[in-house]
Design a protein around this ligand. Structure first.
Ligand code: SAM
Length: 265
């Protein structure tokens, strides 16, 4: 999928869907996990690659210095709008640039790349850029679409993995995740009608092991994985905020349509 064309058509709708329409949404959950990752770190200089409307950058700018870059004009206009609504101290710590992320220059303590990897043609584009931008002890935080969830969501994607002969490899990776402990949870779930959504079928996906391997090849070691926005079956059929408790458990890496990895050089 061509990210430029896609977001030229959908920037505002995407932001509404990810952040404004409901509380348990992919955008909110990703923002909360990023907040947790950086909550105890000292003041840092952070690059937010593909920052969109700046929700995550503005959250981080409550403490850190942040540069957000995005090639989409509407996204940057929204980011500037939200920046103007933020407290003055936050405004001073954040800046937004409208350019392809490959054109960012500078030296950063952390690079975050949220909801972007699957629009890049190859993983190397991201890992090489992160290496160029990060200092020697830098942190890279990247989200990916979770290929393991294909085997749990029971959708067209599951059939595709079975037909392509990859199903047993994915099931084995999921079985490893069941070795983590699962707390008992009191769930108040909402059941939604199933929405047929095939527009993102072509987007690249990774399993956690696949991403860990490619990161290692580029000199990054895994610190932690978080499942984002866990579901018991494919969204939006069964959704509950109660499942956020799973985010820090290994099994969430089977039950989440996306995951976030924290890596260090
Ligand atoms: C799914 S949105 C995520 C936005 C933001 N990171 C968030 O989590 O709210 C992906 C964003 O990446 C941007 N993007 C994708 N490829 C890009 C590229 N090569 N250079 C700059 N921005 C890019 C898109 O314009 C879009 O705003």
């Amino acid at each position: 999928m061509d990210a430029k064309k896609y977001f030229n058509k959908t920037a505002e709708a995407w932001v509404d869907d990810a952040y404004n329409n409901k509380k348990y949404s992919i955008g909110h959950q990703r923002k909360e996990i990023i907040g947790k990752i950086f909550s105890n770190s000292p003041k840092m200089r952070i690059a937010d690659l593909g920052c969109g409307a700046g929700y995550v950058a503005l959250e981080l700018a409550k403490k850190h210095e942040v540069v957000g870059i995005d090639q989409n004009k509407k996204m940057i206009e929204m980011a500037e709008h939200y920046k103007n609504l933020a407290p003055l101290q936050v405004q001073k710590r954040v800046s937004f640039v409208c350019k392809p992320l490959q054109e960012l220059e500078g030296n950063f303590d952390a690079v975050i790349v949220i909801g972007v990897l699957y629009y890049l043609k190859r993983d190397e584009i991201l890992f090489n850029l992160a290496k160029k931008l990060l200092n020697s002890k830098g942190t890279l935080v990247v989200s990916a679409r979770n290929r393991l969830f294909n085997m749990v969501s029971i959708t067209e994607r599951t059939l595709k993995e079975i037909k392509s002969g990859n199903a047993s490899r994915l099931v084995k990776e999921i079985m490893e995740l069941y070795k983590g402990k699962v707390k008992s949870l009191k769930l108040e779930a909402k059941i939604y009608p199933r929405v047929k959504k095939t527009s993102d079928m072509g987007l690249r996906q990774h399993t956690p092991n696949e991403l860990k391997k490619i990161a290692k090849r580029h000199g990054f070691r895994l610190i932690n994985y978080y499942g984002v926005h866990p579901h018991l079956i494919a969204p939006p059929v069964f959704e509950t905020e109660g499942l956020t408790e799973f985010e820090c458990l290994s099994i969430s890496l089977a039950w989440s349509s996306q995951f976030i990895g924290e890596f260090k050089i």
